[in-house]
Design a protein around this ligand. Structure first.
Ligand code: BT5
Length: 263
């Protein structure tokens, strides 16, 4: 089956997430396109998929490598009734869905790196970018963007990423049908999103911790020019990391990049 809107529509007709699919051969960024559609009133669950992105973006204006013909670049429009500060928790929800998807492909060493990376054997296979539009009355919409490397070969990554990034193909030794992968992903997002809507992050926490494997581990947190170290005590109901620093104080980590330190 081709990687087309029609094939996706057949799979997702009637579902909440993916009931409406917009497929593009190339966009600047699926997050930007989804944002445009959401502003025009696209309903919750609308999914934007592109075969390539000219300006795929990560956090803090970083670039997401998005060549054609190989990967998944997906953005989902969500309109949950949650308080705006809760929006970043959806990144963690999506991380669990991606990790479960990879585990279901038979991959063993799948980990979530707080807040928005999924790794296989320590190499990044997926990045998640959650963006929100809110007003005084609350969340208007959230764009949940997911980039998943599916059929990238090592040489398809730019040199700086070759030892830090990976794909399903590199890890399993075989080419994957992107329609199957996107179906599995959207189904798992639907499952975990509905858990999140019912319970908030607490209902997702155990699954998240199962893949994150950071409880009791020493970490370094880098946020812009600021670096902190400490030992992870837990992850709070709102998805912030609770970390004990060397002076015994408990710190709440709400943003940044987390690196596991050798114990
Ligand atoms: C992320 O940012 O990891 C979020 C990436 C989200 C991409 C999706 S694709 C669909 C949707 N539309 C968009 O425009 N974006 C979303 P961050 O944690 O800031 O990591 C960015 C870093 O990951 C870069 O600076 C590189 O080091 C690395 N990177 C870039 N492209 C990569 C790739 N294809 N695979 C693995 N690592 C990559």
């Amino acid at each position: 089956m081709n990687f087309t809107e029609k094939a996706l529509k057949e799979k997702f007709g009637g579902k909440k997430i993916g009931g409406l699919v917009r497929y593009f051969r190339e966009v600047d960024s699926t997050n930007i396109m989804a944002c445009r559609l959401a502003r025009d009133g696209a309903p919750e669950g609308t999914v934007v998929i592109a075969d390539a992105q000219g300006k795929g973006k990560g956090r803090l204006n970083r670039v997401w490598q998005s060549p054609p013909g190989r990967n998944l670049y997906v953005s989902i429009i969500l309109r949950p009734r949650i308080a705006p500060p809760a929006a970043p928790q959806l990144t963690l929800v999506a991380g669990v869905a991606v990790a479960e998807l990879l585990a279901s492909c038979g991959l063993k060493d799948v980990t979530i790196k707080w807040p928005n990376d999924v790794l296989i054997s320590g190499k990044k296979v997926c990045g998640i970018l959650t963006e929100m539009n809110s007003s005084a009355s609350g969340v208007d919409f959230i764009i949940l963007g997911i980039g998943l490397n599916v059929n990238m070969n090592r040489e398809n990554f730019e040199p700086a990423l070759r030892d830090r990034a990976t794909s399903l193909k590199i890890e399993t030794g075989k080419t994957h049908d992107r329609i199957e992968i996107i179906s599995g992903l959207l189904n798992l997002i639907e499952t975990w999103y509905s858990v999140f809507l019912r319970t908030g992050f607490p209902g997702v926490r155990d699954a998240w911790l199962n893949y994150a494997d950071i409880l009791g581990r020493p970490i370094r947190v880098v946020f812009r020019e600021d670096t902190q170290t400490g030992v992870v005590m837990g992850i709070d109901d709102d998805g912030t990391i609770l970390m004990k620093s060397a002076d015994g104080a408990t710190q709440r980590v709400i943003a940044g990049d987390v690196y596991l330190l050798k114990e």
